[in-house]
Design a protein around this ligand. Sequence first.
Ligand code: GLA
Length: 387
Amino acid sequence: MKQQLVEKFSKVFGDKKAIHTFFAPGRVNLIGEHTDYNGGHVFPCALTIGTYAVVSKNEDNTLRFYSLNFEECGVITSSIDDLVYKKEDDWTNYAKGVMWAMKNRGFEMNCGLDILVYGNIPNGSGLSSSASLEVLTGYVLKELFGFEVSLTDLALIGQEAENKFIGVNCGIMDQFAIAMGNEGHAIFLDTATLSYEYAPVDLKGEKIVIMNTNKKRGLGDSKYNERRSECEEALSELQTEVKINSLGELTEEQFEAHKMAIKSDVRRKRAKHAVYENQRTIKAVDALKANNLELFGKLMIASHDSLRDDYEVTGLELDTIVAAALEQPGVIGARMTGAGFGGCAVSIVNNDAVDAFIENVGAAYKEKIGYEADFYVVEIGGGPRTL
Ligand code: GLA
């Protein structure tokens, strides 16, 4: 892979003296959905698929970007002195956003870069191809310019770029899962404090199978922001009765005792999801530690039900694929993953059942939805690195 990318780099940018190659993973969230902006817990892991960058410093102040995933865009050029969002700069805005956020923190580049990017995470599938590019960019700058910035800060910088430069109000989960990725482990992160713990996901007889509905998120971003504000409003209604800073501070019992402070049914359902999902995530990590995969699977299923009925972020495609998955022999659990409204679902399946699972779920999905789903049997990989 590295050799091929370096050859391609030379074709696009010519031969350079010092060429460096870097990688940052994608992520999948096992449980804890739409809890990260509610001060709750999440349990994602980094994947072995991700985004590669081949980079060389240049002698002017120019940034030259080329993506093997968007070859039709050609070389996109910007100046390091003009880091502003431009629609025509397309995918490079994610990288520019990170450079902008780093500059704001005093990490300023003293020359331009030629950057070739290639990603093997399917775009728009909810496996965080954009957060992967963001963390990758931060890591490239850290390594090439010797900036002293921690991996946690790279996650925060990526989130800041996404929030303030791109304009998507995401939480910290994706960038954190990518920046802090650890082979064979999922990350149990408390988003209120950013304290975290690595939990081994030691699947001997099972595989993680990701199911891509191939339904693009479309209106997802505006619905995402809508869910955030519904939760914020529910929180301020609850704060008239209880002293809390976030929905993640409530147990199920406390929520039930005070839920009528929330004046609309819709907002009450949204808050219920945030509270119960957070508690489910805590229980799921305990179950995994106790080697109780069956309970972990049941909690995954309950998570999907809550995202479908109370949070209303699933939709026909995700519901169809998860329902088909749960009918198969050898499935331990399945749920949508990421923001929802399309994208991917994640399942845990017994090794011997994986082939039939993919065939049967694929057929059932095509029959109902009319187009194909894709399946990836994934491994949990490490964080950003130099290759
Ligand atoms: C997207 C966001 C994350 C998180 C999930 C939902 O992936 O980027 O911050 O909110 O949706 O859990």
